[in-house]
Design a protein around this ligand. Sequence first.
Ligand SMILES: Nc1nc2c(ncn2[C@@H]2O[C@H](COP(=O)(O)OP(=O)(O)O)[C@@H](O)[C@H]2O)c(=O)[nH]1
Ligand SMILES: [Mg+2]
Ligand SMILES: [Zn+2]
Length: 323
Amino acid sequence: MKDDEHAAFERPRGRSRPRTKIRPRYEDAPQGMVVGVDRGRYTVAFDTRIVTAVKARILGRHAVVAGDYVRVMGDVSGQDGTLARIVDVAERTTQLRRTADDDDPYERIIIANADRMMIVAALADPPPRLGLIDRCLAAALAARIDALVVLTKTDLAAPDDMLSHLEPLHVPVLTMQHGHTPDDVHAAVAGRISVLVGHSGVGKSTLMNALVPDSQRTTGAVNPTSGRGRHTTTAVQGRMLPGGGWIFDTPGVRSFGLAHVSAEQIVDSFEDLSPLTSYCPRGCTHLESEPECALDTAVRAGTIAPERVAGLRRLLAGKYERS
Ligand SMILES: Nc1nc2c(ncn2[C@@H]2O[C@H](COP(=O)(O)OP(=O)(O)O)[C@@H](O)[C@H]2O)c(=O)[nH]1
Ligand SMILES: [Mg+2]
Ligand SMILES: [Zn+2]
């Protein structure tokens, strides 16, 4: 465990109760990672040992989510029928959120502490949802999580349209081969805490199984008439990678609400463009409809590529769209 995590433990956020002699010494309690959440039960991994736990009363309404580093007391043997108690949650380095929408009325933290987002996108079957990819990317940029796109089902369609869509966003793109996981995909997750996101049926669980051979993740059988995969993944689930690091599979999302993401966060993540916006009129949204946006001035002057500005505007506009 790192020193700064210790420091985070000493002064848990949102709790100002002074230390007393009778306060239990939670720092001696073993620390694990939450790798699964199911109706108030948490699966906590200590290396390869898996413990089932519930939240201790002391945590009150403090949310515990996948990816959280937690301290656990009680029976941590991991034997069947045992139940431990989560007594502390370490401060999070990142949190990936999605806003409430029609599909899901609750705002959720999808995962804590992830430092890599793998946006999984199929070239066909299901057909690519470019808007959803944009919105996943915007959420990653806002949460300061490194994102990349993994193209799947490259055996079914050519990548040209997808690549030209992604090119202005400067997001790294990796390509899966059917039945084979290229080295750069392994390298992208090695030693990191990664989260797989994307529409249902794009091949997230297949990728998870390829990266963690014994992960026993259920992949959806393709319905021959609709061509769509069944929704077999019900909750976020993490696995330790053989070479170190963690990978979390998520249920397929149909939408990705971005109300919590500010336009400023998106603009800031375009490091080549954000300094230019200081020349914009006050309150400029930087959208295409703005008459005096400094980004247009820069395009006219030839200092930046119009495609790059269009890419930023697409992410900004996506923030206000549904789905
Ligand atoms: N043709 C083809 N099928 C794939 C590929 N990757 C995954 N699939 C299939 O697509 C279906 C959905 O995959 P799954 O991993 O469950 O998708 P998830 O919903 O994103 O987890 C399964 O039947 C997979 O076997 C691929 O690269 N090519
Ligand atoms: Mg799945
Ligand atoms: Zn502007």
